[in-house]
Write a protein that binds this ligand. Structure first.
Ligand code: G16
Ligand code: MG
Length: 210
């Protein structure tokens, strides 16, 4: 049924979603903006400046572009510090077996992350070589939920979108996969990832039977 599988990184292969949450939470608190896990769900898969705009939308004042860039930079420095000790031990259960199962099935393997830190995270996890093609923030103009990132991965892999399976933990990411005309495998809670074709709790339950 599929010729390629395109994985999201944060929250699917490793739990950097937790670190993004902690870094945004601290940033929001410095600006007096309320922040919790439920609000954070809307930020998953959204790029850095887009996430900041969503947080500052409930701030008491408006911010200049210069101030926003400084805040985004501050959040990223905290995030980079949080991920600095990552190693292959931070791979989520089932991540490597899922990648290896796709490889054994003769499928192309892509990665679609809007994170500017994606290549650094892949290196720390020791899995860069497991992907045929990686799309990160530098290669796209529009982030998730726009389909661009998954379409770019498919075209670079030389596979038609309808022959691709996208794997995502974020509402915006699942929307991006569906807008690209692909099948979406959600990782997380089916009550949250309502647009996914199937939802599993983690990659330890990964199968190509979607
Ligand atoms: C990830 C996260 C988002 C984060 C974005 C940008 O996307 O899910 O929470 O805001 O990357 O990250 P950075 O600030 O490192 O550029 P994805 O697509 O990997 O889920
Ligand atoms: Mg994600």
């Amino acid at each position: 049924k599929f010729d390629a599988v395109i994985f999201d990184l944060d929250g699917v292969i490793t739990d950097t979603a937790r670190y993004h949450y902690l870094a945004w939470k601290r940033l929001a608190e410095t600006q007096g903006v309320p922040f919790d896990e439920a609000f954070n769900e809307h930020l998953k898969g959204i790029d850095r400046m887009g996430s900041l705009d969503l947080i500052l939308a409930s701030a008491a004042r408006s911010y200049t572009q210069e101030e926003k860039l400084a805040l985004a930079d501050e959040k990223n420095r905290h995030y980079v510090q949080l991920i600095s000790t990552m190693s292959p031990a931070d791979l989520l259960p089932g991540a490597v077996p899922a990648l290896d199962a796709c490889r054994a099935a003769g499928l192309k393997i892509g990665l679609a992350s809007v994170s500017k830190n994606a290549f650094a995270v892949l290196e720390m996890l020791g899995i860069t070589g497991k992907f045929d093609y990686v799309v990160d923030a530098a290669k796209i103009a529009k982030g998730k939920p726009d389909p661009e990132i998954f379409l770019k991965a498919a075209s670079e892999l030389g596979v038609a979108p309808e022959r691709c399976l996208g794997v995502e933990d974020a509402v915006a990411g699942v929307a991006s996969i569906k807008a690209a005309g692909m099948t979406a495998l959600g990782v997380g809670d089916p009550a949250v990832l309502t647009q996914a074709d199937r939802v599993i709790p983690g990659l330890d339950r990964f199968s190509l039977a979607v």
